[in-house]
Design a protein around this ligand. Structure first.
Ligand code: GLY
Length: 431
């Protein structure tokens, strides 16, 4: 089967690796990603929203199945562009991806269909509405309605220290977008649950915990995600009922979208928090998580190309995963996230990575004269799996030493110390 993957980055590198195992991979990306290009039969370098070029290239190559990966391209309707070339597509349409790119739409849809797990929220259009919400909720979270690469959410007590800070940030968002989302602040542990969906059925992947903060011990600014781990069917701080609650919330959402005539086909990603009052939904994404995709794809035991085909045909097949633990760590350029140092050469010792027992996926990099250079975003991810989390973490850490350049990472992700902090936090909540 000929499959076209749209997008480039470490997440897409991991997707490409899986797809190329059982299909002929074709890729569309703006700038050449050396890792994905080396796995592809052919690459089209262009803006993926260039409908005319994309459609004619896909027709000429006889592509049968398409998959659009990044949020920005889903928002721009690249799935619909691929569909217009006559192929089957396993990613959500622009309208279905609205569950991610319009948080107001997502919250209102879930409220209308009485979907469980929704925190108290208000989409505000004025400072007065924001003040009224603040009067009802001691601590709040402020979110832009649209896509921000994970960096637009500000939390009281962490980024916003007074009510005035909240109102100032709301007013900044109102100037830009005319609306902002306010939610009650919740206390608990977060996890990401990714699922394959054919618009009707849902098949969940192992839950993963991402680390959004830049620095060790969850300090510093928010990032796109510094690394993540998984431990088979449940995370160390989870109970089976938490997973069941999250699955039920996601199934209710798929049902609601179907009922609205806007079926969701693709990867649905629920960002959840386990709180004293049960599982709450923090956000939806219409795609694989980055880095979470790398955790789950490492332990996937069913061919990804067959899963995607079944999604596109509306007949989702059973999906299997091994129960191994996984750890992914991102190496990022000095100065990231505010001011990542770009155009710096990096070198990767692939033999050393192999000897460490892990693998690497190239992130936001470019190639020039056979060398790899940084951009201002996340550079490369290292990934490892093992029956023991401790060993998977050691393997991933070993891999970080095989990548040279002005880069840094979070050595604490997946370590016993940080896991203990998570489980103790859950215990303190006294559920
Ligand atoms: N890891 C967070 C995200 O993919 O949005």
């Amino acid at each position: 089967m000929k499959i076209v993957l749209v997008g480039s980055g470490a997440r897409e590198h991991a997707i490409a690796e899986q797809l190329s195992k059982s299909a002929s991979l074709y890729s569309i990306m703006e700038k050449k990603h050396p890792g994905i290009a080396s796995l592809s039969q052919e690459v089209l370098l262009c803006n993926p929203t260039d409908k005319e070029r994309v459609v004619s290239w896909c027709r000429e190559k006889g592509i049968e199945l398409g998959f659009v990966s990044p949020d920005g391209l889903l928002e721009k309707g690249v799935t619909d562009i691929l569909a217009s070339a006559g192929m089957k597509v396993a990613s959500p349409s622009r309208e279905a991806a609205r569950i991610e790119w319009d948080k107001g739409y997502a919250r209102t849809l879930l409220q209308k269909h009485n979907v469980a797990g929704l925190p108290a929220f208000k989409v505000v259009s004025s400072a007065e509405e924001a003040s009224a919400f603040l009067a009802q909720h001691k601590e709040v979270v402020v979110k832009p309605l649209g896509l921000t690469g994970g960096k637009g959410v500000r939390v009281m007590g962490e980024h916003l220290h007074t009510e005035q800070d909240v109102l100032d940030y709301v007013s900044e968002l109102l100037k830009k977008d005319k609306q902002a989302l306010l939610e009650e602040k919740l206390d608990g542990e977060e996890f990401s649950l990714q699922a394959f969906s054919d618009g009707e059925r849902l098949s969940v992947m192992p839950p993963v915990q991402d680390h959004k903060r830049a620095f060790v011990n969850d300090a510093g600014p928010n990032t796109g995600g510094m690394g993540s781990y998984s431990t088979g069917r449940l995370l160390p701080f989870m109970e089976l009922k938490d997973l069941e609650e999250a699955k039920s919330i996601m199934q209710q959402t798929i049902d609601a979208m179907q009922a609205e005539g806007n079926p969701f086909r693709g990867i649905l990603y629920g960002g959840f928090m386990i709180t004293r009052d049960g599982v709450k939904l923090i956000e939806y994404n219409a795609r694989f998580g980055d880095p979470e995709a790398m955790n789950v794809l490492m332990v996937l035991r069913t061919q990804l190309s067959e899963i995607l085909q079944s999604i596109a045909e509306g007949k989702l097949i059973p999906v299997a995963f091994s129960t191994n633990c996984t750890v992914v760590k991102y190496l990022v350029p000095e100065g990231y996230p505010e001011n990542g140092k770009k155009d710096c050469r990096i070198s990767i010792d692939n033999k050393a990575i192999w000897e460490c027992g892990g693998k690497t996926f190239l992130g936001s990099v470019y190639e020039s004269d056979g060398q790899i250079y940084t951009t201002s975003s996340r550079t490369a991810a290292v990934a490892a799996q093992d029956a023991s989390l401790e060993r998977a973490e050691e393997k991933a850490e070993c891999c970080t030493r095989a990548i040279q350049g002005p880069l840094w990472h979070r050595p604490d992700i997946g370590t016993p110390l940080l896991i203990r902090k998570r489980t103790e936090h859950m215990r303190r909540l006294n559920r």
